[in-house]
Ligand binder design. Structure first.
Ligand SMILES: Cc1ncc(COP(=O)(O)O)c(C=O)c1O
Length: 353
């Protein structure tokens, strides 16, 4: 595929999504995760995340399954796998597809399984921000031959070949041009040879930073669930404002003043986008949201995402910078310095404004 976005769309087509079908999705993700079902008239139904690993909450998934539900898209966010085996069990029990948006977790792992290989389809990104990259590009993996064929037809003008391929069920096989170019693929092949080196480096940086700040009260470094591998696409920590006694905005502003490229929150939670606030996607009559007006995108339904995004989470991308040992030590020192002076931070940050 020429991107993970195309891969997500092809996956939604391949599972033969119908207009009005519902797809359960965490609202804390890049928008591509949620636009994919809309392309086929499917409706994204957001499910809150759990607070430790920022991935879709399986208990809340169960509460949202109904007769219109067709699939779950689990996002292996920030490089850490969602509760994939648990979600696969839920999907199998209820006759749903589990799709993994694995754009951020190329060698993430849950027990003995590589992220992206537990669901019915796994989608990887090769864009310029990822651990291995080809400028642009994406990969879909599945062990289901029919899904593989359908995704390949959606990638490359399926309508032209369904007759001579003897395919009788032709829904959603309108073709796009989602082909990855030979040049991008050649770059991806070379990057693939370096995958362990590139992923190990990010994992090392993430673990070093976490160890370095582990003694600081009120700052919780990223956690890794037992049996999982976190590959730190983002090193995503949380400030416990009540314990630290300092607002996240103040602490992060001070960190940036020390030269640490830190960002507060992640991308805007998806229900805050005009697309979902106004429920306008295809045409201007509200399709496909008008097929089920009861589906709500009110922020109050997603308290964990709201808290993480607006109050606790801060992060930076080990993937985007060429950190040396000195940089890592300087970052850890900056955290300790600011923590030592936390009682004066609000005043200092205000003075510098
Ligand atoms: C979770 C997630 N899904 C999908 C995408 C889309 O990837 P691409 O740029 O390859 O289309 C991204 C890109 O950053 C992402 O982070």
């Amino acid at each position: 595929m020429n991107s993970a976005t195309s891969g997500l769309i092809a996956a939604m087509g391949a599972i033969q999504l119908n207009p009005g079908d519902e797809v359960l999705i965490p609202p804390y993700s890049m928008s591509a995760t949620a636009i994919a079902p809309l392309v086929y008239g499917g409706i994204p139904v957001f499910v809150d995340i759990e607070p430790e690993f920022f991935t879709i909450d399986p208990d809340k998934v169960l509460a949202k399954i109904n007769s219109r539900t067709k699939a779950i898209i689990a996002v292996n966010l920030f490089g850490h796998p969602a509760y994939l085996k648990q979600l696969k069990k839920i999907a199998d029990t209820h006759g749903l597809y589990l799709i993994e948006d694995n754009a951020q977790a190329v060698l993430g792992q849950e027990d003995d399984k590589i992220a992206g290989t537990i669901g019915h389809i796994g989608i990887y990104s090769l864009n310029v921000h990822k651990h291995i990259q080809a400028g642009e590009g994406g990969v879909c993996v599945t062990s289901d031959d029919d899904l593989a064929l359908r995704m390949s037809l959606i990638r490359n003008h399926g309508e032209n070949v369904v007759d001579w391929q003897g395919i009788s069920s032709i829904s959603n096989l309108l073709g796009y041009n989602f082909r990855m170019s030979e040049i991008h693929a050649a770059i991806a092949n070379v990057q693939l040879e370096r995958i362990d080196e590139l992923v190990d480096r990010c994992e090392y940086i993430g673990n070093r930073l976490s160890e370095g700040i582990s003694s600081l009260s009120g700052i919780a470094p990223p956690k890794t669930r037992a049996g999982c591998r976190h590959i730190y696409f983002m090193w995503s920590s949380q400030i416990q404002e009540d314990v630290l006694g300092v607002a996240r905005s103040v602490f992060c502003k001070a960190l940036r003043a020390e030269g640490v490229p830190i960002a507060e929150g992640y991308v805007k939670p998806l229900y805050h986008l005009p697309l979902f606030k106004q429920k306008i996607a295809m045409g201007d009559n509200g399709f496909p949201f008008n097929l089920n007006p009861k589906i709500s995108y009110e922020a109050s339904e997603f308290p964990v995402v709201e808290k993480c995004h607006f109050h606790s989470l801060f992060q930076f991308q080990p993937v985007s910078w060429d950190y040396t040992e000195t940089h890592i030590e300087q970052i850890i020192e900056a955290f300790h310095l600011l923590h030592q002076h936390k009682d004066r931070l609000s005043e200092l940050v205000e003075d510098s404004a």
